[in-house]
Design a protein around this ligand. Structure first.
Ligand code: NAG
Ligand code: NAG
Ligand code: NAG
Ligand code: NAG
Ligand code: NAG
Ligand code: NAG
Ligand code: NAG
Length: 260
């Protein structure tokens, strides 16, 4: 009976061999206290994969990012990589051109990428997972990026709720309060059409440079996703792992990036 239930829950099990391998990047440029993120990710993965023995989260260095894909066999060393908050430029410098190319190969070959705040900047501006944009540096982000931090409201689209399996928790348009800490802001029209808009900022932070940043953030997509080659990418501009933690967002994201 138990195995029967498991096999229904693991709709992806035909493609993925357990345990699901999750690499969590910690390097130059990442935030100093990543313990809350690792805790939230563990809660989310336990819910997503039903049992702690069905997944393993390991810290991943820049050197390990250089080997996301095993050259000869094209085998992936992880199923999912997570790039946390911090400095997007700092992280991109740390992993270098080789690391950015590895991320592109890894995702095209079927890997999952989840990026939050600085990790979303890495994907947008450096690994170009949302395309080259008009200047070759990805879809333009609103500058100055350092607009301040605080709680914001995010509403999920119907598409986002369905993709993340959140229908028992939220309805479309309902406010969900999440911490924001200077994550990337991209105008809706600046995201390519194939980018899925899952979470929309319903309020904004502009306290650091109010004259320059007021009105830039509200109603822009803050949680977005796309398919990239055979793989999948989800980017969070805000921080669902910080207080008030919203682990069910990551639970849905972990499942979605694997479902290919
Ligand atoms: C998790 O899996 C292990 C090994 O299969 C099993 O012994 C344990 O009972 C499971 N735990 C839960 C909570 O299902
Ligand atoms: C992974 O990094 C976290 C955060 O820095 C740390 O608390 C944890 O001990 C590390 N895990 C291992 C196995 O080194
Ligand atoms: C793997 O490929 C990269 C570039 O394609 C190359 O720089 C590197 O030396 C190769 N590594 C091995 C172990 O073959
Ligand atoms: C680490 O990042 C800082 C700030 O981004 C930079 O000044 C420094 O050169 C980096 N160090 C290494 C070893 O990459
Ligand atoms: C978020 O929305 C709720 C209900 O719509 C509201 O009570 C709360 O003040 C809002 N919070 C922020 C940070 O805007
Ligand atoms: C959500 O919160 C924002 C302010 O944070 C408010 O303007 C908006 O009306 C709220 N929406 C709903 C559906 O409560
Ligand atoms: C910001 O705008 C206010 C009023 O719109 C103005 O008084 C102030 O000088 C401006 N500050 C800067 C730094 O431009």
């Amino acid at each position: 009976m138990f195995l029967f239930v498991l096999s229904i829950l693991f709709t992806f099990s035909q493609a993925i061999s357990l345990p699901v391998k999750i690499g969590f990047f910690i390097g130059n440029g990442t935030s100093h206290n990543l313990v809350p993120f690792l805790e939230t990710l563990n809660t989310a993965a336990t819910a997503a994969f039903r049992n702690k023995s069905n997944y393993v989260i390991t810290n991943m260095t820049a050197e390990q990012v250089h080997h996301l894909v095993v050259n000869e066999t094209k085998k992936l060393n992880y199923d999912i990589v997570v790039f946390p908050g911090g400095s997007g430029n700092g992280m991109a410098d740390d992993i270098g051109k080789k690391g950015l190319e590895q991320i592109q190969n890894f995702v095209s070959l079927g890997g999952g990428y989840i990026g939050t705040c600085g990790g979303a900047f890495v994907a947008i501006q450096h690994a170009l997972l949302y395309g080259p944009g008009p200047t070759g540096h990805g879809p333009p982000t609103q500058e100055p990026y350092n607009r301040g931090h605080g709680l914001v409201n995010v509403s999920f689209t119907k598409q986002g709720i369905d993709a993340l399996g959140l229908s028992n928790s939220y309805s479309p348009g309902q406010n969900v309060t999440i911490m924001y800490w200077q994550g990337p802001i991209v105008k809706d029209i600046d995201f390519p059409e194939n980018i899925l808009r899952w979470g929309i900022f319903e309020s904004e932070i502009h306290n650091l440079y109010p004259n320059k940043t007021t009105g830039e953030m509200i109603h822009t997509p803050g949680i977005t996703a796309t398919k990239y080659g055979k793989g999948r990418v989800v980017l969070n501009s805000p921080h669902p792992e910080l207080d008030p933690q919203v682990p069910n967002i990551y639970e849905g994201e972990l499942r979605w990036v694997l479902d290919n």
